[in-house]
Design a protein around this ligand. Structure first.
Ligand SMILES: [Zn+2]
Length: 71
């Protein structure tokens, strides 16, 4: 399962389009840590590619919109 699929599942959506239509015009978007095995999620800016993961203590949280390749 890819990170975007995992994030969508965690957030309770059925598919990426539903997820994107919910957040693409918002000022915050759910993000997920990009490190394999870490499922830390937090709200980040939609274009965030290096948000803080409190689990890994690194700047590895990417927004769902970035993961989906829209930005
Ligand atoms: Zn992490």
């Amino acid at each position: 399962m890819s990170k975007i699929e995992k994030l969508i599942e965690i957030e309770g959506f059925d598919d990426p389009l539903e997820f994107l239509s919910q957040f693409v015009h918002d000022s915050v978007c759910p993000g997920i840590c990009s490190i394999p095995g870490c499922d830390y999620t937090t709200d980040v800016e939609p274009d965030q590619e290096g948000g803080w993961c409190e689990h890994c203590e690194t700047n590895t949280v990417k927004s769902g919109i970035v993961l989906a390749g829209i930005i």
